[in-house]
Ligand binder design. Structure first.
Ligand code: TYD
Length: 135
């Protein structure tokens, strides 16, 4: 549900040399981390996402730059701005997501609960709405 999607503050270890953040599965995120992927070389006008997932859980982090994410459960939507490497957005199952507004040099890091599986995607918004209203 949309209510379960929230920002998670991650550990940050800073000293004169810089900063370090980390994420452990089942500790900082409520799932085991099965996959890591990242978006980069993103043009300012591009949009990404535009899909839902059946079972996948994710933590989305702006490790560089900033961008915005709109999450929807088919009824309501919430918009988040990510710009901090020490903060992640938890996205649960059955949520539609749209990403955009990428700043120059933005890197979107995603920690995911499952390996890549195209069968877990809703690519079609109408099919997503039908499935989410039935669930
Ligand atoms: P997609 O999930 O549509 O990207 P986004 O939501 O960021 O716009 O994936 C883009 C392409 O990359 C698609 O052809 C599937 C492929 N892909 C993988 O092969 N493995 C992965 O882990 C991911 C996330 C995508």
């Amino acid at each position: 549900a949309l209510d379960a999607c929230h920002l998670i503050d991650l550990p940050r270890v800073s000293d004169a040399r810089g900063a370090l953040s980390f994420v452990e599965g089942q500790r900082h995120v409520p799932f085991d981390i099965a996959r890591v992927y990242y978006l980069y070389d993103l043009g300012p006008a591009v949009t990404r996402g535009a899909h839902g997932h059946k079972a996948l859980e994710q933590l989305i982090i702006a490790v560089a730059g900033r961008f915005e994410i709109t999450l929807s459960d088919g009824q309501q939507s919430r918009r988040f701005e990510l710009s901090r490497p020490d903060q992640g957005l938890y996205v649960g199952p059955m949520i539609w997501r749209d990403l955009g507004g990428f700043s120059e040099g933005a890197v979107c890091l995603v920690l995911a609960s499952l390996p890549y599986d195209e069968a877990d995607y809703f690519r079609d918004h109408a099919a997503y709405l039908e499935a989410v209203s039935a669930s």
